[in-house]
Design a protein around this ligand. Sequence first.
Ligand SMILES: NC(=O)C1=CN([C@@H]2O[C@H](COP(=O)(O)OP(=O)(O)OC[C@H]3O[C@@H](n4cnc5c(N)ncnc54)[C@H](OP(=O)(O)O)[C@@H]3O)[C@@H](O)[C@H]2O)C=CC1
Ligand SMILES: CC(=O)N[C@@H](CCC(=O)OP(=O)(O)O)C(=O)O
Length: 312
Amino acid sequence: MKYNVFIDGAEGTTGLKIHQYFQKREDIQVLKIEEAKRKDMEARLALIRQADISFLCLPDAAAKEIAEAAPKDCRILDTSTAHRTDPEWVYGMPELCSTQRDKIKESNRVAVPGCHATGVILLTRPLLAAGLLPKDYPVAAFSLTGYSGGGKKMIAQYEAEERDGLDPAKDPLKSPRQYGISQMHKHLPEIKAATGLTQAPAFMPVVADYYSGMEVTVPVTGICGGIAAVKKAMKDHYADQVLVSVTDEMDDNGFIAANRLAGTNRLEIAVSGNDDHILLVATYDNLGKGASGAAIQNMNIMLGLDEGKGLL
Ligand SMILES: NC(=O)C1=CN([C@@H]2O[C@H](COP(=O)(O)OP(=O)(O)OC[C@H]3O[C@@H](n4cnc5c(N)ncnc54)[C@H](OP(=O)(O)O)[C@@H]3O)[C@@H](O)[C@H]2O)C=CC1
Ligand SMILES: CC(=O)N[C@@H](CCC(=O)OP(=O)(O)O)C(=O)O
């Protein structure tokens, strides 16, 4: 049996990646839209009605517009930020808690988590659930990402031919660039909602001159039971997960490469440091478990298929 799937925004970074994964799947038929009708509301709605599941890989405003117009019984997975804290949508993070998978399976409206948010939530939620961190803990998160996280526009900027002959010392894109400095990053509301933290984390994202891969670090201190208790809570929480695991060996001779899991859909967590200063580190691909891979994982769950089908 083949499932009909529609990708709205199939020409974008997230949409193209999802499409690539479906090329290798015999159980998925991608419904095509005429090039000239790519942004035509009626043509897109007709395909959403026909599809078993539709992916929205659009800017927030366009995702909101089409989701509102689509019939309630059509199944939609939105990769944008538009619905991640909307109570009528389910947050598409199966590893969040023991009931989340069933909620995803039963829902017609699932919001795929943001790439940075994925790391911060997966690192903190088990410690909050185990009572090792209080809900009012002042969480801080540092996040390194490849430039593909910024979509087509940022990719074009980093890959522009004009950069080729530039003196690296005069090329601002050569250097890692911190952003989100005003503490208004669009992932903060979903981090707060999914963790139950009473205040949003202090958040320090940095984009650097490589295509994809993420490394999110959350430092914690003053934990009862120290590093051993943290390791146990992490390992217990992620014991049977398909895409998320806890590893004892993440660094390579003392260095962690932010792109070490680029090209995969896996996310690995390491707990490092000592009893006083514990570093929680997650590495993954912003386009994998941070976006398209997570979207397909959710689709597999919604269709009752193996969660990791086509992703491992
Ligand atoms: N890149 C990433 O790592 C991640 C991105 N996301 C989210 O996924 C969504 C898509 O992002 P991304 O793929 O990076 O973005 P891109 O800019 O790469 O792609 C967006 C696509 O949507 C199309 N589009 C824009 N408006 C409309 C419309 N009204 N109707 C139909 N198509 C439209 C664009 O068309 P055109 O080609 O003509 O511009 C483009 O192809 C965003 O909401 C983003 O926040 C989520 C997780 C990670
Ligand atoms: C490098 C870069 O700009 N990254 C984007 C995140 C992309 C992403 O995954 O966020 P959404 O899913 O919410 O689009 C940013 O920090 O805004």
